[in-house]
Write a protein that binds this ligand. Sequence first.
Ligand SMILES: [Zn+2]
Ligand SMILES: [Zn+2]
Length: 663
Amino acid sequence: MASTDLRGNERLTGKNLRLFLMRNIYTYLGNADISTVEFEGPEIAIYVKNPKFIVKNSDIIKELAKKLKKRVVIRTDPSVRKPPEETKAFIINNVNPEAGIDPNLIEFDDVLGEVVIRAEKPGKAAGKNKQFINKVLANTGWRMVVYRKPPLISNVLNSILSHMLRSSSERKKAFREIGERIFRDTIKGTQYVRIIGLGSFCEVGRSAILVDTGESKVLLDAGINPGGSGVDRFPRLDSPEFNIEELDAVVISHAHLDHIGILPLLYKYGYRGPVYATKPTRDIMVLVQKDLIELARKEGEEPLYGMREISTMLSRTITVDYEVVTDVAPDTKLTFHNAGHILGSSLVHLHVGQGLYNILYTGDLKFYKIKGDMATRLLPPANHEFPRIEALIMESTYGATEQQPRDEAEKQLLDVIRKVSERGGKILIPVMAVGRGQEILVVLNEAMKKKEIPEIPVYVDGMVYEVTAIYTNYPELLVPPIRNKILHQGENPFISENTVYVSHKEERESVMQGDKSAIILATSGMLTGGPSVEYLKALAEDEKNALVFVSYQAAGTLGRRIVEGDRELQFVEEGKVRTLKIKMEVQKIEGFSGHASRSELRMFYKFLKPKPRNIILNHGEPTAIQTLKNLLYKDASKLEEKGVINRKPEIYTPKLLESIRLY
Ligand SMILES: [Zn+2]
Ligand SMILES: [Zn+2]
């Protein structure tokens, strides 16, 4: 049925939408010999028996997608696909030898009609304008998908890919169900736009925001609070507004634990809908969740969920690239934009109704002015131009704190390293496996190359290796100097001769007992468990050593206690209480954070186009949020005086479980 939105505009949904699609699909692709048309999540999958038509008429397909305003994917009917062995031989014999494909890693997905290959140079394998992909399609009926063979072997990437291939029929079924729901007949139509804070309101951690339009419900993030205990660890899913059966979609901004930690738990409680995320977010998220399970087991606790839930989640995860508009509910469209915070991190743009209301949720963001030398940064700053924004939900982690400039932070880090290595001590840097770990590795490698610090071993322990491997898999998302090193100079900015990846307990022990100077990068970044805590126990009592914090320490974590001056810590070890005296030097270096500092948050608002009428501040401790509110209010007043905006925005600082009606 066609329904009308609050402004009386008619929109196509359900049966009418289908009729409209079919009519257009046959008009455009009538000669392609269509066998089936079905919804595949947010995409429309068209199966054809004439692959040559598709190859020759790629413009027509683009035109069709534009006309439908939908994502369209063309697949071949199984009856026209050549046997796998024959297809494999065709690829090996005809692919550009410079592509460096691995002939032993050619896999077939019968359900989707895709042949997956891995190449050192994916661009060369695909050919100019996808020439070789088209050639394979025309000759074999298989659509070739090229993955990068990353310079570092990643177990998690391999396991995700093989999971995708193994579960392709399950995924297809799930995607069809999801598609039916996205393109369903509207029931009530958009009634209002409300947001409900289930987590991360007036706090850092357990990010979860429900967006309710009366027609659809979308959850933004599903995190845990790493510093919380008991019920404070989880978002308030017991809120009366939250009903797992009514949930249309979960949208994930990025793969940090405080944004994805409970996601698989939703599947344990019966959620069967989709998760939307960028590809790197999907990869890192699986890694982080698996690690959470392992960590719980090591601590002798019952994990929150198991591999089964992660696998169900993965089968329902729909990856969306930056700047691609995707339908997630009959009245809601989603677009991801770069957030600059960690690899794959996104600003989430929701377009509700037809032109009715637009929300920008920043997740965690990094914003800075681009200076000439970006070589020691990994990611470009957050995107700041959008077609429309009525409400901005913005993180406020550093709303009250300024950070020193990045170059000064680097200088301070290198100074400590020089000083501690001269006295023969070890430098322990607890890092979040995702983001800070890679930033620091690049800085250290650069500094050693330039002889700014002595060439001492850099031991990297915990999940950092796997995440780094994932970073090297998506060089196109990194800043040009780093990207070019990986793509064109065959260099790996994350590794030098001094980098040693530690993976076994024995190796770790020999690092702790070694009498030479060394730098140790270990997870977790806030000393909430993992190898960093093991190293701390071994190194704390020797004043030659140093503990250097380079990232945000959340309230309630061991890292925060030490930063605030606690120098005597109690641990339970083998049933006995052990007191650890921290005699090592403790330093906290501000300026490496993946979060925008106070001035960067203000700068983000200043540069943001267009200016929103409503601003909701979240993801910050109460003082940070309050300070930022006052500052933004001042900034907005100036803009009003100058005539840049007609009136100042409403700035909300809601508490947990509060809801705001935006429309
Ligand atoms: Zn984050
Ligand atoms: Zn966060």
